[in-house]
Design a protein around this ligand. Structure first.
Ligand SMILES: [Zn+2]
Ligand SMILES: [Zn+2]
Ligand SMILES: [Zn+2]
Length: 190
């Protein structure tokens, strides 16, 4: 019995919803174990369906924030980590009866006494879009002096390292400053 066009549309919607709303790790492991007993023909179909992902996994890109190499398929909202930066000249120090609080110039993170700062200064997705990066401003002295453009860092970019035209921006590609870094479940999600 052949399904009608309407039925196929409903089926497609159901599968898409299931993929989008399920835990991504669960989708991946379910698909992966379903491959165990698949015929070559089925494997070829899956390979074709995942061709964009396969292409992405082979294409090395250069992050214009942390200057590391990454691939799109492995990039996630917390792949790009930048350390805080102590800056004696610019950090503000408030003394109080318990000791002192340092307000870090890089992002406003507060550190008590001589403790080490928590987490990272910036946790976000790797990006090839300089417009998405809050670079250090040497004139104003604002930002983290570790976050500088490739031209300052002296990166030798090969053709294709940085995508030029791609205006498609992932919605989770945001700066998340001051993130408390006590979440250890992130690896699970990707
Ligand atoms: Zn910071
Ligand atoms: Zn990065
Ligand atoms: Zn660079």
């Amino acid at each position: 019995m052949k399904s009608s066009i309407a039925e196929v549309k409903v089926l497609k919607g159901e599968i898409q919803n299931l993929l989008l709303w399920s835990n991504s790790r669960t989708v991946a492991t379910t698909l992966s174990s379903a491959l165990d007993n698949s015929s070559e023909a089925k494997l070829r179909v899956i390979q074709k369906l995942l061709s964009k992902l396969i292409d992405d996994s082979k294409k090395e890109l250069h992050c214009v924030r942390c200057h590391e190499t990454f691939t799109k398929n492995r990039n996630s909202h917390n792949s790009c980590e930048i350390e805080h930066e102590f800056d004696e000249a610019r950090d503000r120090i408030y003394r109080h009866w318990e000791g002192w609080t340092t307000v870090m110039n890089c992002c406003g993170h507060e550190v008590e006494n001589d403790n080490f700062p928590d987490g990272f200064c910036s946790v976000s997705a790797h990006t090839t879009h300089a417009s998405q990066v809050g670079y250090y401003d040497p004139k104003e002295g604002t930002g983290n002096s570790g976050i500088v453009p490739c031209s300052v860092k002296g990166c030798l970019l090969k053709e294709g390292d940085v995508e030029s035209e791609d205006s498609e921006v992932s919605s989770d590609e945001e700066e998340e400053e001051d993130e408390e870094n006590d979440c250890d479940s992130d690896e699970e999600d990707y």
